[in-house]
Design a protein. Sequence first.
Length: 256
Amino acid sequence: MSDQDHFVEIRYAQKSYGSLEVLKDISLNVERGQIVAIIGPSGSGKSTLLRAINDLDPLTGGEVWLDGVQVNKSLPHRQYEKHINEMRQHVGMVFQHFNLFPHMTARENVTMAPMLLKRLSKAEADKLAEEQLDKVGMLDRIDYYPSRLSGGQKQRVAIARALAMEPKLMLFDEATSALDPELVDEVNLVMKKLAEEHMTMIIVTHEMDFAASVCDRVLFMDQGVVVEEGPPSVVFKNPTKERTREFLRKHLAGAA
């Protein structure tokens, strides 16, 4: 099998902090246009795995490949910096806590990276910001500073900022977990729209309904391993592993 048979390929991912093993030999493939949800209890390694994809949290062992190119190459420092900056331009990431620059408007938050990294002119970047903020329903707030935005609005600006780099892959790390319940839907709607456009996405989430209705595959992680994976209809309705059943019983009971 060649490297290019899968759009995202994680091979034997290991991550340790001292004697604590967070990821234990995880292998995972994601095809172009697929939407994959990763669920599991806190501390199971979900976010660590996600952050390893663009080498934000480098693996202790194993490889990550994106579109036929190894992301976590072992290179001399300066070559590695050039390589990883290039790779990260293809991967959009949305975090739990927005990470917007507070001293910049929504427009400026979105235009900064395309101007800096893609050398777009201010006029080109402004046009791009308008398009992406319109896409996430935030065009009317384009010149607002983050302090004037709700949590859901900030997260939609963060998504627009990631999309402005025209990534091949979007990673969402618990993108709605810091939001008040009434604001969750507005962010989920944007993610559903991206799914309809066949954007390749890997989503760490605690929202089972969203994973069931939007994602092609669901991975259940626990204690650093993938315990079970498959289509949502199988994982949620007919899980084969007792650990999955136990997690879903607790989680779905808590959500009821």
